[in-house]
Design a protein around this ligand. Structure first.
Ligand SMILES: C[S@@+](CC[C@H](N)C(=O)[O-])C[C@H]1O[C@@H](n2cnc3c(N)ncnc32)[C@H](O)[C@@H]1O
Length: 398
């Protein structure tokens, strides 16, 4: 199959620089998704030239570094095939608001609000999670250090390193080989808190692009089973690509709306990392104003509640669930958990980890929350320099 011939026929709208790689290209790529496979099988995709982030499962190094070296094929310049990359949440440009203006409604609940706002002017650090399914941590660390990348150890499991002088982890050969994954420290913590064990049956209800799924597979040593579900068909492509690149073999992918996931099987552990307004990812640009915001609505909070209830219903008695978001809004965090406690035999447990964080809120606006909600973790970027995050560990009673 010659993908290049397909693409050259397509019109390129002027000014449109984002790329949707057609499914046909993916069919080619999926046959040879690592440089070694490509070398063996000659499955080279020439049109890998999109400005896509590593987290989306499209390693830039594939086209720029590896494909050219292996195949000698000409690398096309950045082109557009005429469509925007589909996104799970619609992204709108922000009005010009500074962090202090944007987050003013939360000024009373965020401790040391001035420090929080000033942290948002620094760019997000690059965190690399070492993937022991593909290579020992020490080996990957040495390979990176030999390239002059300065690494600082960050998490309790010693799997995550902050790369001090690296801006594009997707350019690394080690990324393409699956020896590491670019993943925010807070995202790593959610999978660690769930504590999946080898042999467990685990459900990841909102899984794409698979950062947490692949870490769970790593913690489970690829033993047991993970069902990685995501309702968005376009998001299944990066999910599948990431799992393959990272050497995950104990996972099956499903495509249900999580709130309607079939109740045919109960799981030992469930991760429900819901779609959210993603305010935790906001950082200010050079002008001092926030760069972009995602779209949140009452519909979203209703969906989060329904996903959490279904996740809980899919859990065995005594099983563990982690609910997480990358946002600060109590409506998306404490409120759905409070609803769960009222309607199901759920217990929120303390999280046994020694890292800076703030407790879950006991009150928001006129609403008081269950006292056990204090065991939830709110992670702010001035406490741990990463994506702002919320997580709760829930156990199912009888
Ligand atoms: C925060 S992201 C998940 C990130 C992922 N857990 C990770 O660590 O890589 C939320 C995901 O939920 C998916 N999603 C949105 N609505 C959903 C629904 N009703 N059921 C299942 N998944 C849904 C989105 O497509 C998106 O991929």
């Amino acid at each position: 199959m010659n993908f290049c011939r397909e693409t050259t026929k397509m019109a390129v709208p002027p000014g449109n620089r984002r790329v949707l790689v057609p499914r046909r290209a993916w069919m080619v790529r999926r046959q040879g998704p690592t440089p070694e496979d490509a070398r063996k099988d000659g499955h080279i995709v020439r049109a890998r030239c999109a400005p896509l982030s590593p987290a989306s499962g499209f390693p830039v190094s594939w086209s720029q570094q590896v494909i050219h070296e292996i195949s000698g094929l000409e690398i096309l310049p950045e082109v557009s095939l005429g469509s925007e990359i589909p996104s799970p949440a619609r992204i709108f440009p922000m009005p010009n608001l500074t962090p202090a203006e944007y987050f003013a409604p939360f000024s009373q609940i965020i401790p040391n609000f001035a420090a929080f706002c000033s942290k948002l002017s620094a760019s997000l650090p690059v965190h690399l999670r070492m993937n022991t399914l593909k290579a020992p941590v020490r080996e990957t660390r040495l390979r990176l250090e030999r390239q002059g990348i300065a690494l600082v150890k960050e998490d309790p499991l010693k799997l995550v390193y902050r790369a001090k002088n690296l801006s594009h982890p997707g350019h690394l050969l080690e990324f393409s080989l699956g020896h590491l994954h670019s993943q925010a420290l807070s995202s790593v913590l959610a999978a660690i808190v769930l504590e999946p064990q080898p042999g467990d049956a685990v459900l990841d209800l909102c899984a794409s692009p698979g950062s947490k799924t692949s870490l769970m597979a790593q913690l489970m040593q690829n033993k047991g089973i993970i069902v990685a579900n995501d309702r968005n068909p376009d998001r299944l492509i990066p999910l599948r690509a990431n799992l393959k690149r990272l050497g995950v073999t104990n996972t099956v992918i499903t495509r249900y709306p999580g709130q309607h996931f079939p109740k045919r099987f109960l799981f030992d552990r469930v991760l429900v990392d819901v779609p959210c307004s993603a305010e935790g990812t906001l950082r200010a640009g050079p002008s001092g104003t926030l760069r972009q915001s995602t779209w949140a609505s009452q519909k979203l909070t209703r969906l989060q509640r329904d996903l959490l209830l279904m996740a809980f219903d899919l859990l065995k008695v005594g099983g563990t669930l982690v609910y997480s978001t990358c946002t600060y809004s109590p409506d998306e965090n404490e409120s759905p958990l409070d609803f769960l406690l009222e309607s199901r035999p759920a217990e929120i447990q303390p999280i046994a980890m020694d890292l800076p964080h703030s407790p879950g809120l006991q009150q928001w606006n006129e609403t008081s929350y269950d006292p056990s909600i204090k065991y939830c973790w709110r992670i702010y970027p001035h406490q741990i320099d990463t994506v702002g995050f919320f997580m709760a560990r829930v156990v199912k009673g009888s």
